[in-house]
Design a binder for this molecule. Structure first.
Ligand SMILES: Cc1ncc(COP(=O)(O)O)c(C=O)c1O
Length: 477
């Protein structure tokens, strides 16, 4: 049955429109809350059964079913099988629960639907993003020449850094204008150095930047999963002797599986020795700056650029990431004037059009989530959250290390613990699947050729008691 508000299209100053808006947002919030009746992360339904339920849904009826019928189908068929990131039984990936105030921020972001490309599409949004970037520059220890941009995630931040550094290097070393001319003929001699366990966005980026996978050199890691800087130096030296051109090196500050932290200081020395630009992929580890363990990431300011993800340790909803550049002019790689959008005369009069710093045009106002969460919780609130994550991982690891049924080869520096049940790959694979059926979702990866299990402990509500019970449950698998 259709209701009276079904014909309302948009929020406006009218009372009926405001009522319809409050009804839609309020009922959506109510449906979410009502769908949570236990602490499980997942209903446990298998992919075939879920596909059958979703497959039966009417998708684009000739005559719309109206709000009530549509919401009933969401309540019945979709919400029960959503993954609940807030559950203390969810810990497989760098995929966080979302702070409640940041979910409210998403409502504001969607309602106003600001776009970050030009000032006239988001006046307050532009000014908040500019302010957020300046505050982050100071938080991570950069100076007045730095600049930055919000992006859709760590991948886009990393790929943007790669493009900007490629352009800057070629301009500085060869007087080459990549923007105008594309790649020089010797481009296949360029080399980008990353950890062998770095994020795959650098391979993707090398392809997208026209360089190809072959320019990406994977550097070996030590026992604690950090780039072995002595081996790195000799690989780079050999490459240079062979006529290759080392132009960029990446420190991973929090590797995806282990949370291991490369030494920015040592990689800075190597970068300087070989005239390379240094990027810090701190998509994961950037959150540690607000913890009591900030000394683990305090060297970030030595890098030429930093990827910061707010949708990992900072617990903001997807998407929210920032790329900071020590020399802000490197973001000119993305500058291009369009008559309809970012007129130079407007910019001279103080209208900031952020489109010139980003590979995106239409872009979300993600900076609002950062402002609302930072303002509400402050350093103190975030310190408590982040300390809990990091200390839970240390506790988990120490329990496993002391337990004869498990191995956990790498001591955590952030909030991830990789481990295995003794007894072989098959036992570990089966354990993960068995837990998933009970609504407990843990990760799986490979370490030195063996199947391993993984906990990514981003949930600040997880207690030592939960951890103890989980260890016992896994042991019984
Ligand atoms: C170290 C690291 N860098 C980059 C990324 C990519 O971030 P996003 O998923 O936000 O694109 C990830 C994702 O997990 C990551 O672990």
């Amino acid at each position: 049955m259709r209701s009276e508000t079904d014909d309302v299209l948009l929020l406006s100053s009218g009372e009926r429109e405001k009522e319809a808006f409050l009804k839609a947002v309020g009922e959506a919030a109510r449906a979410i809350v009502d769908s949570v009746n236990d602490d499980k992360a997942y209903s446990g339904i298998d992919p075939y059964d879920l596909r059958a339920i979703i497959g039966k849904l009417s998708f684009l009826p000739e005559k719309g079913d109206g709000w009530d019928v549509m919401m009933e189908s969401v309540r019945e068929n979709i919400l029960p099988h959503m993954l609940r990131t807030w559950s203390t039984s969810y810990m497989p990936h760098l995929h966080s629960p979302a702070l409640i105030e940041a979910i409210a921020a998403e409502v504001i972001i969607a309602a106003f639907n600001s776009s970050m490309d030009s000032w006239d599409q988001g006046p307050a949004a532009t000014e908040i993003e500019v302010k957020a970037v300046r505050e982050l520059i100071s938080l991570y220890g950069y100076g007045k020449d730095a600049d930055g941009t919000f992006t859709s995630g760590g991948s886009q931040s990393n790929i943007s850094a790669l493009i900007a550094h490629r352009d800057r290097y070629l301009e500085k070393e060869f007087g080459w204008d990549t923007k105008k001319k594309g790649l020089p003929s010797s481009y296949d001699r360029l080399r980008l150095y990353v950890s062998e366990i770095s994020h795959f966005s650098f391979d993707k980026g090398a392809h997208m930047a026209g360089l190809g996978y072959d320019v990406v050199v994977k550097l070996p890691v030590d026992d604690r999963c950090r780039i072995d800087t002595e081996k790195a130096r000799s690989i780079i030296e050999k490459d240079r002797e062979n006529g290759l051109i080392p132009f960029m090196i990446v420190a991973t500050i929090g590797t995806t599986d282990f949370g291991s932290i490369d030494s920015v200081k040592k990689l800075r020395e190597i970068a300087d020795e070989y005239g390379m630009l240094l990027h810090a992929d701190a998509a994961y580890g950037s959150g540690a700056i607000l913890s009591s363990y900030s000394d683990r990431v305090s060297d970030l300011c030595l890098a030429d650029s930093i990827t910061i993800d707010f949708h990992k340790m900072f617990l903001l909803p997807i998407s929210a990431s920032v790329l900071l550049m020590k020399d802000g002019t490197e973001l000119d790689a993305f500058q291009l004037h369009a008559d309809y959008l970012n007129r130079e005369e407007d910019e001279e009069d103080g209208y900031i059009n952020l489109v010139g710093k980003s590979m995106q045009t239409t872009r979300r106002f993600d900076a609002l989530k950062v402002y609302m969460a930072f303002r509400m919780r402050g350093r103190d609130g975030f310190r408590k959250i982040l300390d809990t994550m990091i200390e839970n991982a240390a506790y988990f690891h120490s329990r496993l290390e002391a337990d004869n049924d498990f191995i956990s080869p790498v001591a955590p520096e952030l909030s991830s613990v990789v481990f295995a049940l003794k007894g072989g790959d098959e036992r570990n694979r089966k354990a993960r699947r068995a837990l998933m059926k009970e609504g407990i979702i843990i990760g799986q990866t490979v370490y030195k050729g063996d199947v391993m299990l993984k906990f990514t402990l981003l949930n600040p509500l997880l207690t030592k008691d939960h951890i103890d019970r989980l260890i016992d449950r896994i042991r019984s698998c």
